[in-house]
Write a protein that binds this ligand. Sequence first.
Ligand SMILES: Cc1cc2nc3c(=O)[nH]c(=O)nc-3n(C[C@H](O)[C@H](O)[C@H](O)COP(=O)(O)OP(=O)(O)OC[C@H]3O[C@@H](n4cnc5c(N)ncnc54)[C@H](O)[C@@H]3O)c2cc1C
Ligand code: SF4
Length: 335
Amino acid sequence: MKPFGYVTAPDPATAVAIVAGRPGAAFLGGGTNLVDLMKLGVMAPDLLVDVTGLLSDRIERTAVKGDGEVGGLRIGAGVRNSDLAADPRVRAEFPVLAQAVLAGASGQLRNMATVGGNLLQRTRCLYFQDVTKPCNKRVPGSGCPARVGEHRNLAILGGSPHCVATHPSDMAVALAALDAVVHVEGAAGARALPLSDLYRLPGDAPDRETTLERGDLITAVEIPALGYGQNSAYRKVRDRASYAFGVVSVAAALDVADGVVRQARLALGAVAPVPWRARLAEEVLTGRPATAEWFGRAADAELAAAAPLPDNAFKTTLVRNIVIRELSVLAGVAS
Ligand SMILES: Cc1cc2nc3c(=O)[nH]c(=O)nc-3n(C[C@H](O)[C@H](O)[C@H](O)COP(=O)(O)OP(=O)(O)OC[C@H]3O[C@@H](n4cnc5c(N)ncnc54)[C@H](O)[C@@H]3O)c2cc1C
Ligand code: SF4
């Protein structure tokens, strides 16, 4: 491993200034992804700026409204994944988020991993992690061997000829469904952006995965109140029952009255380079009967754009089935 320095900073602004001003510097959260990639030689920062002591590790209620309504939640970027999944408000009001976090990694990893680091973890594409192989994401312009090689776990939606990697985070899929807002502190000050604007599709520049600038520090994630958030769930299909990344996953929340879908939230994981918000499916669902037939039609609308490769074509059927199953459970109907 390349030698590197390690520093802590007295406050977020100083941490931002260090990383913004030094191309070889990187923020260090729990280190569960970054340090692994440094050992593999995939990432080689010369200075790690530890932000775990700087960032809020609290989950706070936002804007409580009148008449029994409750606000959303603001989650500090330093909150450990285990603490997020264990929070009673998250479990009761947004079970999809608690379930997604618990579906990822292992207990020990979740104890270390932070919310900020989870959102910015890198793809698990085998070629990205192997420095002896070409990879457009790691070395722009070097090629994408995955298209003709190992791509069983890679994208069916949103990929490009230059990259078909999937985003690995389970938490981000739930946060996409919940319309989360990401708070960032950067060299030009603080700003907030929808999670859907955080990630970039690969296009012809797969090395640029987010819209963040050098030195941008994620400080918090905010989940707006969602009246039907308690009727939400996360289902992940993986090759073994625990300690494995997803093959496909579905985050869903459903508001049903008198057998009709009033509102729906749907996001898909492990099928695209970004956590995939299924807005076309949501449009189909709104105002329709809460039946397996309509859940299938919604999935079909979203998956019409799927462009699978030979070894991951099965994902299209699998994700359709999981969408129907998950929505049927939330609607209390047979699938
Ligand atoms: C064996 C194994 C299995 C796993 N299985 C799963 C799984 O099934 N599902 C899943 O979702 N995840 C899984 N993970 C990944 C795990 O969730 C991530 O490694 C973890 O969430 C990363 O968080 P961290 O705080 O350790 O990030 P770090 O490794 O510290 O950082 C990751 C990246 O984010 C940057 N960064 C960190 N914090 C900030 C911040 N506040 N602002 C800006 N940039 C920041 C770092 O510079 C780095 O580039 C697995 C990991 C391992 C090792
Ligand atoms: S899919 Fe993306 S990450 Fe994987 S080899 Fe191709 S360019 Fe690299």
